[in-house]
Design a protein around this ligand. Structure first.
Ligand code: HAM
Length: 458
């Protein structure tokens, strides 16, 4: 028996379906905002992260999975995707003759050597977006709206959006100076991490989790007193869009985020869970002024965000939110006797082609064993095929919940299974009214648009 590597986890069976469901929802939102997919390699040259995420960040200092390859090059498993996506945009010359902003979304694994705990893994999955090439603060606001929409689509109600500005370069230089002066008086009694942060990036001290240091942080100067008029105005523009769109937020002046590339607006989405467990932020992001240039591209800013899929799935699970998505088999086909199996395979194939979820017993088992298998698979129907049925082109269709059985012709079978689907899945095409069931509102003709029970099953 081999164990999983510490801090990693298998995502399998029903759990894998939850991940797919969440990822598909997030991607669908990004697509409605006009984002296109980026799939970048899992490993990059280490220098990319040193430069972008930053030498003073915990991620680069302590958490990267870095190794030398056989050619002596230093390689790192990506701890995040922003730097990778920007690197890819630069390498693929997307900033040449492109309509700005260039917009990309991504889903995939990241690696950080952190202490494993609730919501914190060493391999975890992120969904994120990057929007590059616009210096309008309205783009920053739009990215936050996108993040909020992602959570709304997954039915996260009562999300806390924490937001802050780190100001532009000039604001931050003045602020750093003020912080250095303030912390100089306290640094001797602060934690070792803070001592290192004091030298490397004093802003990061604001993020310290030690309760004693937090007390000292409370008395530190506030960024709002060091913002240039332009930085202040940009931040106000972002907040106004949030107000206009009824997005609740809290300005949190200690929010600095753990990556070095941010400037101006930064934000995080938090959520309290029924169990009270703190899984950390669901997601976060912000504006970056110099990252694209640092990665060898033009001097243009960008903005982005990322969600941790593990955290979203874990919290939805706490709410039993996946109960309603539990996939049930439409039918389990039970051929009685070896001779009926081939007929069953053809039937299964044709029903699957129409989009139904079908399994069939190919192992020539007895009736009671096949009924048990159907039950374990949560099948809605059993389709029982004996010699007579093969001869007559019929099947015995048993509704396993109602325990009712009818014999019907195979030509009627798909319509019968479809009826059940409509009743249970709020099908958008017939009987239902558009407002209640998110009807495909432009389509009114099932035949023309291929009814959703056959094609567009969720
Ligand atoms: P981040 O805050 O480091 O930002 O990570 C984003 C999200 O990834 C976190 O809010 C959390 O949900 C998830 N996450 C981070 N570390 C772990 C972990 N060890 N285990 C499980 N989940 C984790 C970034 O990575 C930035 N690249 C976001 C961004 C995009 N900023 C601009 N564009």
């Amino acid at each position: 028996m081999f164990n999983q590597v510490k801090g990693t986890h298998d995502i399998i069976l029903n759990d894998a379906e939850k991940y797919t469901f969440v990822e598909q929802n997030l991607v669908a939102v990004a697509q409605t905002f006009g984002y296109k997919e980026f799939r970048t390699p899992i490993m990059e040259y280490t220098e990319l992260f040193n430069r972008s995420v930053g030498d003073s960040s915990d991620i680069v200092r302590k958490e990267m999975y870095t190794f030398e390859d056989k050619g002596g090059r230093s390689i790192t498993l990506r701890p995040e995707l922003t730097a990778c996506v920007i690197r890819s945009m630069v390498n693929n010359k997307l900033f040449v003759n492109q309509d700005y902003p260039v917009k990309g979304y991504y889903v995939g694994p990241c690696f950080r050597y952190e202490r494993p705990q609730a919501g914190r893994y060493r391999q975890f999955n992120q969904f994120g977006i990057e929007c590059v090439g616009s210096d309008s603060p309205l783009r920053d606001a739009e990215v936050i709206l996108l993040g909020y929409q992602c959570l709304a689509n997954l039915h996260f109600y009562g999300v806390t959006l924490k937001i802050n500005t780190l100001g532009d370069e000039e604001s931050r230089n003045a602020y750093r100076k003020a912080l250095k002066e303030y912390f100089a008086k306290h640094i001797d009694i602060m934690c070792n991490d803070c001592k290192a942060r004091y030298e490397l990036n004093v802003l990061r001290i604001l993020d310290c989790k030690s309760p004693e240091d937090q007390e000292i942080v409370k008395g530190a100067p506030k960024i709002k007193d060091y913002l240039t008029p332009k930085a202040k105005e940009d931040f106000e523009k972002v907040l106004k869009v949030l107000d206009d769109n009824q997005i609740p937020y809290t300005v949190d002046e200690s929010l600095v985020r753990g990556l070095d590339y941010y400037s101006n607006v930064v934000f995080e989405f938090h959520y309290s869970t029924p169990s009270g467990t703190d899984y950390g932020a669901l997601g976060g992001g912000g504006h970056y002024h110099s990252l694209v240039k640092e990665c060898g591209g033009p001097d243009i800013p960008g903005v982005g965000l990322a969600f941790g899929i593990e955290r979203l799935v874990t919290i939805l699970d706490e709410y039993n939110a996946f109960e309603e998505f539990k996939p049930a088999l439409d039918a389990y086909i039970m051929p009685i006797g070896e001779a009926q199996i081939e007929y069953g395979i053809q039937l299964a194939n044709s029903l699957r082609g129409e989009g139904f979820m079908i399994e069939i017993c190919l192992e020539n088992k007895g009736m009671s064993q096949m009924f048990k298998k159907a039950q374990r698979r949560n099948a809605k129907y059993a389709i029982i095929i004996g010699e007579d049925e093969v001869k007559n082109g019929t099947v015995n269709l048993k509704d396993l919940e109602k325990a009712e059985q009818v014999t019907i012709s195979i030509d009627e079978l798909s319509d019968k299974l479809g009826e059940q689907y409509h009743e249970e899945h709020h099908c958008c095409c017939h009987d239902h009214n558009e407002e209640e069931h998110h009807c495909c509102h432009e389509h009114d003709d099932e035949e023309e648009h291929e009814c959703c029970y056959k094609k567009n099953r969720k």
